[in-house]
Ligand binder design. Structure first.
Ligand code: WQD
Length: 344
């Protein structure tokens, strides 16, 4: 498939997963068109992307909910497809401010779908999440695992978004849509020029580990040591963000081979392996050579005990599988943290 000069709209393209996907798109010969309002990212990410790729991609600082502004992008750029990352994603915040999440995450998707139909843009890759599975009975979870009622408004927006795309296709909208259910994205681009930029105190485990090792945080709290797991701590499927980025490229290339028909499908995007919190800490210490000061404290409400993905469908259909392991992810996370420290 010749993807040269195919323009791909990347909403949230200055974000953690979005920016790494911009690199993977460029490397595969696509032309990313970035939309971001910097509500959870920073302009410095664009500089990092230019240093890595040698290109300043078309960029629009607009909110995906701004239909007129988005319509102008669709009118100006001859788009071949869309990858929709832009969404609020903090589980705890979504419980405190549900309407903010329902409005932003759902309305932005509806605006995109309407403009895609108006402009004849058919390929959509949607950023979904393993959070739709909740605490599944049987592991690994597969795409056929029953979806449990969401445990947070954030997770519910992902479930509803998948249904919006599915129902739009069923209603005859000429869209070829894929929902990628991410597990836990970690690590950073090996250059150390882009990575996870948590604004404020990190919610997620790996940036908190890296900041503790860097001396920015005095101690990591391990939320719960008495779970029914081998070492008592929760288990997750941690996937290198570059593996995740490459799954989006494979998805677009697969969608191009499905031309002539509308479709909706979902794929798990993980490593297929589970690691505990203590295993992640140990691997980070081994790879960075830095001790991580931590204390086991009470469980965090809302945490599932363990989840990791069955990923054979993505391998079979998209020809994609994760190639990087936990050790490489930890090396790249520490390298990125060290670059951040230098900037600070
Ligand atoms: C992982 C494990 C924590 C921080 C969330 C969202 C998910 C996706 C990724 C958006 C858990 C433990 C964490 C800390 C800890 N986000 N932990 N101390 O909760 O699996 O997934 O982020 O798409 O949708 O739900 O990721 O990194 O927060 O937690 O012990 O300071 O690390 O209890 O067991 P999570 P996480």
């Amino acid at each position: 498939m010749d993807s040269r000069s195919y323009k791909i709209l990347v909403t949230g393209g200055a974000g953690f997963i979005g920016s790494h996907t911009v690199v993977a798109l460029h490397e595969a010969g696509f032309v990313p068109v970035i939309v971001d309002n910097f509500s959870n990212s920073q302009p410095s990410v664009l500089e990092g992307l230019e240093k890595i790729t040698g290109h300043a991609f078309p960029f629009y600082q607009i909110d995906c909910n701004d239909r007129d502004a988005m319509a102008e992008v669709f009118a100006k750029e001859k788009l071949h497809g869309v990858i929709h990352f832009a969404a609020y994603k903090a589980v705890g915040e979504s419980v405190r401010e549900p309407l903010k999440y329902y409005h932003n995450n759902l309305n932005s998707l509806i605006v995109l779908l309407e403009l895609m139909a108006e402009r004849g843009v058919q390929n959509l890759v949607f950023s979904s999440s393993c959070t739709v599975y909740g605490q599944a009975e049987k592991l690994p979870v597969t795409e056929e695992t029953p979806i449990l009622p969401a445990e947070s408004p954030y997770g519910n927006t992902k479930q509803i978004s998948e249904e919006i795309i599915r129902d739009s296709v069923k209603a005859g909208m000429p869209i070829r849509g894929i929902a990628l259910r991410y597990f836990n994205p970690i690590g950073a681009h090996p250059s150390g020029l882009i990575g996870e930029l948590p604004l404020g105190v990190p919610n997620n485990l790996v940036p908190f580990i890296a900041q503790t090792a860097a001396g920015i945080r005095p101690e990591l709290s391990v939320f719960g040591g008495d779970y029914e797991t081998p070492d008592g701590t929760c288990i997750r499927d941690y996937i290198h963000v570059m593996d995740l980025a490459e799954a989006h490229v494979k998805s677009l290339q697969w969608l191009d081979q499905q031309s002539g028909k509308s479709l909706y499908d979902v794929f798990n995007v993980g490593t297929g392996r589970g690691n505990s919190v203590l295993e992640v800490i140990k691997t980070f210490e081994e790879q960075s050579g830095m001790p991580v000061n931590y204390k086991i404290v009470d469980r965090r409400p809302g945490d599932v005990i363990q989840i990791y993905g069955g990923v054979s469908k993505a391998r079979r259909t998209l020809g994609w599988e994760a190639r990087r392991g936990l050790a490489e992810s930890m090396r790249d996370a520490w390298h990125w943290q060290q670059q951040l420290g230098k900037e600070a």
